[in-house]
Design a protein around this ligand. Structure first.
Ligand code: ATP
Ligand code: MG
Length: 138
């Protein structure tokens, strides 16, 4: 069993499709063991995406991630980190496989509906960033 951090991004809350995305997550076998709706501050978005701070899209990305509420989640399952990235599909929805969250729901490369941790180590740190132990109920 492994855990990963998921964020349903502001384009998903704006279009009221977080339930539709959750249905896909659950149908894939992943279990949502923690979940809350929050509004990120600019500082939180900058800190969360700090690995990208030298990239040209960083400021826009932080602006987008603070443009509306997000739903942060802890997902649990076998091989959860890699499995959820498969369920999400490629970063650019134009390259995402049929049936994936981003193929079905993403609006653009930036507004791509979902975030998933990219390694087990990052998942642990990202989960700690948003959740305390008592908020996670496996
Ligand atoms: P995430 O970290 O959100 O799960 P990812 O790991 O597939 O996505 P990253 O390379 O970590 O992709 O990029 C983080 C996010 O930054 C992307 O999900 C997307 O919203 C945005 N992004 C990435 N590349 C670009 C780009 N070239 N132009 C605009 N936005 C981008
Ligand atoms: Mg990433």
């Amino acid at each position: 069993m492994e855990r990963t951090l998921s964020i349903l991004k502001p384009d998903a809350t704006r279009r009221n499709i977080t339930g539709a995305i959750n249905a896909k997550i659950e149908a894939s076998g992943l279990r949502i063991i923690a979940q809350k709706r929050i509004r990120l501050s600019v500082e939180e978005a900058q800190q969360f995406y700090a690995v990208h701070k030298e990239r040209a899209f960083y400021d826009d990305l932080c602006k987008f991630m603070t443009s509306g509420p997000v739903v942060v989640q802890v997902l649990e399952g076998n091989n959860a980190v890699e499995h959820y990235r498969t369920v999400m599909g490629a970063t650019n929805p134009a390259n995402a496989d049929e049936g994936t969250i981003r193929r079905e729901f993403a609006e653009s490369l930036e507004a791509n509906s979902a975030h998933g941790s990219d390694s087990s180590e990052n998942a642990e740190n990202e989960i700690k960033f948003f959740f305390s132990d008592i908020e996670i109920v496996a």
